[in-house]
Design a protein around this ligand. Structure first.
Ligand code: SAJ
Length: 400
C-alpha cells in the first residue's frame, strides 16, 4: 500500500503543522477546515496561528503545490482527523467534531484507505469512528485501516517535536496498527510504538493527567508553605537535589487547551476510580481562586490600589491565551477593582481596545501591588530595588 494523497481534517495547532510537514515531505496534501478565512489564509501561503517557523513551512508547502486547503474533503489514500475535542457542561467530553469529520470523509473513503484519529480522545472514540464509517459505508467494513495516533507536541516546539517525538499508534485491529505505523515511519525520526486503539487513547490522556497531578502537588505545596512562612522555591530546589525527587513548578493554575482538559476525560470514563486525577484538577483550578483572593486582600489595604499583572498567556514566552489562569486572574481583578486600577503587561501581545496593555516599566512605576503571573523572559530581569517599595505576589517564582 503506498500513500500518496493525504486529506487532513482540521487545520489548527496540530492539523496545519502536520499537513505542511507532510506536504514538504512530498505527499500531496489537501487540508480541510470549516472556516473560510482559515482556508483562504492558508491557500495564500500564510498562517492564522502563532508557532515558530510554521509560516516558513506553510509558505514552502503551498508554493510547491503540495498543500491546498478547502472546506470539504477529497478522495485520498490516508485521512488524518485533527479536530478539537473539548468538554461540555459537567466536564463531559464533546466528540461531536470527530463525528462531523468522520461523516464528512465517509463519502470519500475507498477500499485500502487508512483513517487516523490524532485528536486527543476519550477511550473508545477510534472504535466509534470505525462504527460510524461502517454504518455509512457498509460495503467497506473490514476494508479500511483505522487507528489512533495521539499528537504529543509541545506548543512552541511543534515542528521539531512532530518529527523527533516517539509516537504511539494503536489500530482497531493488527492490520490497521501496522498500516498506520508504517505511514508514521516515513517521516518520524522517533520510535513508532505499536499497541491497540484503546491503549493509545488512554496513553495520551495519562500523559497529560500525569503532568496535571504533578503540578497539583507543586501547587498544594505552595499553599502549605505560604501558611508556614517557608519559601516554596527554595524548598523545591532543595528537595529536588534528592536523586529521586523532581517536583514541578507552582503557578497561578494550569492553562492551555490540553492539561486542563484531558484529565476530565479519564474522570468521566472512570468516575469512581479516578480520585487523584479529579482532585488534581480541583487543586490546580483552586489555585487560581486563591491567587485572586490573595491579591484582593493585599490591594484592599490601599485606598486607591493599582495592581500590575505581569503576564496574561497560559505559559512562559507564548502569546496563547487559551484557558489561561493568568488571564482569569486579570479579568477577575478588573471585575472587582475596575479596569483603571488593573494594569496588564504582556510582552508577547499587542495592545488593543478590548485589552489595553501597559509597558513593563510604566506598570512597575505605577503599581502598589505587583502580581507575577507568568515567567516571561523580560520579567526575569526586573530590578529587585524597584520591587522593594511594592507589595509583591510572585505566583510563578520569576523573581526568586
Ligand atoms: N505548568 C505549571 N508548572 C509546571 C509546568 C507547567 O504550572 O511545572 C503549567 C503551565 O504554566 C501551563 C500548563 O501547566 O499553564 C500546561 O503547560 P505545559 O507546558 O505543561 O503543557 P502544554 O499544555 O503546553 O502541552 C502539553 C504537553 N504534554 C505533556 O507535557 C505531558 C504536550 O506534550 C502535549 O502534546 C500537549 O499538552 C497536548 O496537546 O496535549
Amino acid at each position: 500500500m503506498s500513500v500518496q494523497r493525504i486529506c487532513v481534517l482540521g487545520l489548527g495547532y496540530i492539523g496545519l503543522p502536520t499537513a505542511s510537514l507532510l506536504a514538504t515531505k512530498g505527499y500531496s496534501v489537501h487540508g480541510v477546515d470549516v472556516t473560510q478565512r482559515v482556508v483562504d489564509t492558508i491557500n495564500q501561503g500564510a498562517i492564522h496561528i502563532v508557532e515558530p517557523d510554521l509560516d516558513v513551512m506553510v509558505r514552502a508547502a503551498v508554493a510547491s503545490g503540495n498543500l491546498k486547503a478547502g472546506l470539504t474533503p477529497v478522495e485520498a489514500d490516508l485521512f488524518i482527523i485533527a479536530v478539537p475535542t473539548p468538554f461540555k457542561d459537567e466536564h463531559v467530553p464533546d466528540v461531536s467534531y470527530v463525528d462531523s469529520a468522520t461523516d464528512a470523509i465517509a463519502p470519500f473513503v475507498k477500499e485500502g484507505d487508512i483513517v487516523i484519529l490524532e485528536s486527543t480522545s476519550p477511550v473508545g472514540t477510534t472504535e466509534r469512528v470505525a462504527e460510524r464509517l461502517a454504518a455509512a459505508r457498509p460495503e467497506l467494513q473490514g476494508k479500511l485501516s483505522i487507528a489512533h495516533c495521539p499528537e504529543r507536541v509541545l506548543p512552541g516546539r511543534i515542528l521539531r517535536e512532530l518529527v523527533d517525538n516517539d509516537r504511539v499508534v494503536g489500530g482497531i485491529d493488527r492490520a490497521s496498527t501496522d498500516a498506520a505505523a508504517g505511514f508514521y515511519e516515513t517521516f518520524v525520526r522517533g520510535e513508532v510504538l505499536r499497541t491497540t486503539a484503546r491503549t493509545a487513547e488512554m496513553c495520551k490522556l495519562v500523559e497529560n493527567s500525569f503532568r496535571d497531578v504533578n503540578i497539583a502537588f507543586a501547587n498544594e505545596l505552595s499553599l502549605i508553605c505560604d501558611d508556614l512562612g517557608i519559601n516554596v522555591w527554595e524548598l523545591i530546589s532543595l528537595a529536588n537535589r534528592h536523586p529521586r525527587v523532581s517536583i514541578l513548578t507552582p503557578g497561578p493554575g494550569v492553562g492551555g487547551h490540553c492539561i486542563a482538559v484531558d484529565p476530565w476525560f479519564v474522570v468521566h470514563t472512570a468516575p469512581t476510580q479516578a480520585k487523584l486525577i479529579r482532585q488534581a484538577r480541583a487543586i490546580n483550578d483552586g489555585k487560581t481562586d486563591w491567587v485572586i483572593e490573595r491579591v484582593l486582600e493585599k490591594a484592599n489595604r490601599f485606598r486607591e490600589p493599582v495592581v500590575a499583572c505581569l503576564g496574561l498567556a497560559y505559559k512562559p514566552d507564548v502569546d496563547d491565551l487559551r484557558e489561561s489562569p493568568a488571564l482569569r486572574v486579570y479579568e477577575e481583578l478588573v471585575e472587582r477593582l475596575g479596569v483603571e486600577r488593573v494594569l496588564a503587561v504582556e510582552p508577547n501581545l499587542k495592545t488593543s481596545d478590548e485589552r489595553p496593555l501597559t509597558e513593563l516599566d510604566e506598570a512597575l512605576r505605577r503599581a502598589d501591588v505587583v502580581v507575577a503571573l507568568v515567567s516571561h523572559r523580560p520579567f526575569r530581569h526586573v530590578d529587585p530595588e524597584i520591587l522593594k517599595a511594592k507589595v509583591v505576589i510572585d505566583t510563578c517564582g520569576v523573581f526568586r
